[in-house]
Design a protein around this ligand. Structure first.
Ligand SMILES: [Zn+2]
Length: 347
């Protein structure tokens, strides 16, 4: 029974995700059928916190409650840190979007993924939801989002990883070795507390980066990295590397993304490292900040990453991947020159 259901799942992944370029929509290099099935205007590419709230409420309603809404905490200005949950299976996953308020595209991708996993009710969807429970902290930095800024809003912020008069860099305050009560950043505290309450097997954190060229002259559309801190144990690092390979394969072959390794640091306050130290398979995904006509392509890339991660967790194929394959993900190339950014093709 299990293998038959797994086969059903594998076939359905193709049905949900595989969109040959020949049938691509006019909106971009190809929107997944699962995404196409969602209402065209679920949410904008740069949504306000209110728009996120309205889109999630609509999905909760249209899914007949299969997508459940909650809050992980409050921002410094009192905005809800929204968490949407779909599925009721034993394997728990946590995705986080928009910790940096000016890096929005993971948020519309998350809204689309929640719709695609929660609203349709086929055998495949019921199977996935029986295997995994996915929580998404959607727009983890609403105060930064309304200001289109990296930091949270805290004019009293001081010390390392703070911008005086502006706020803190939320993605430097996940250090699991710091007592949560001593952590000055409410958004980071909320995510850490959520982790401890649910101990997700997988954590994926969605960001955006600048623009870069690959060695072959194509433009990088996304980069990714697993935990690199020496404080994470080898099993957790290997699990993060397996997750990276799963995402690399899906984003490359299904979304047609040009993916590299992200040259990130070892600091344990970075979510990618922190949740690896705590034992999760942890991954950072960075979407490049491509021109406006590539925004739909980038949202779809993140959507494909999310669905492929959920599918691979549900059928457990992620854990059969050789983690050494992560070493074959190419290094990120040089920054695109500023004067070329207007004209350079994305792919
Ligand atoms: Zn970022």
């Amino acid at each position: 029974m299990r293998s038959r259901l797994a086969a059903v799942g594998a076939a359905a992944l193709a049905a949900v995700l595989l969109a040959p370029p020949a049938v691509a929509s006019a909106a971009g290099p190809g929107a997944a059928p699962g995404a196409d099935a969602a209402p065209a205007r679920l949410i904008s590419a740069h949504p306000s916190p209110e728009e996120v709230g309205r889109a999630l409420a609509r999905i909760a309603r249209e899914s007949d409650g299969r997508v459940r809404l909650g809050v992980a905490g409050r921002s410094n200005e009192g905005r809800p840190l929204r968490v949407a949950t779909v599925g009721h299976g034993p394997t728990r996953l946590l995705f986080v979007t928009q910790q940096h308020g000016d890096e929005p595209l993971g948020t519309p991708a998350a809204v689309r993924a929640l719709w695609a996993l929660g609203v349709p009710n086929t055998a495949w969807h019921r199977w996935v939801r029986s295997r995994v429970t996915l929580d998404i902290v959607v727009q983890a930095n609403p105060d930064g989002a309304v200001r289109d800024q990296r930091y949270n809003h805290d004019p009293s912020a001081s010390g390392d990883y703070a911008e005086p008069g502006v706020g803190y860099d939320i993605n430097r305050f996940h250090n699991p070795l710091t007592p949560i009560a001593d952590n000055p950043v409410p958004e980071s505290r909320a995510i850490l507390r959520w982790w401890h309450a649910h101990e997700p097997r997988i954590v994926v954190d969605y960001h955006m980066q600048g623009r870069y060229l690959q060695p072959d002259g194509r433009e990088t559309t996304a980069s990714m990295l697993w935990p690199t801190t020496t404080l994470a144990d080898a099993a957790a690092v290997d699990a993060g590397r397996q997750l990276a390979v799963r995402n690399y394969d899906a984003m490359t072959h299904i979304a047609r993304a040009n993916v590299t390794r992200y040259p990130g640091g070892d600091y344990e306050g970075i979510a990618r490292n922190a949740y690896g130290i705590l034992g999760s398979a942890s991954l950072l995904v960075e979407l490049s900040n491509l021109p406006p006509d590539q925004v739909e392509f980038q949202i779809r890339s993140a959507f494909v990453s999310m669905i492929a991660t959920v599918q691979g967790a549900a059928d457990r194929t992620i854990w059969r991947i050789d983690p050494a394959r992560a070493d074959t993900i190419p290094a990120r190339g040089p920054s695109l020159p500023d004067d070329a950014t207007a004209a350079a093709p994305a792919a």
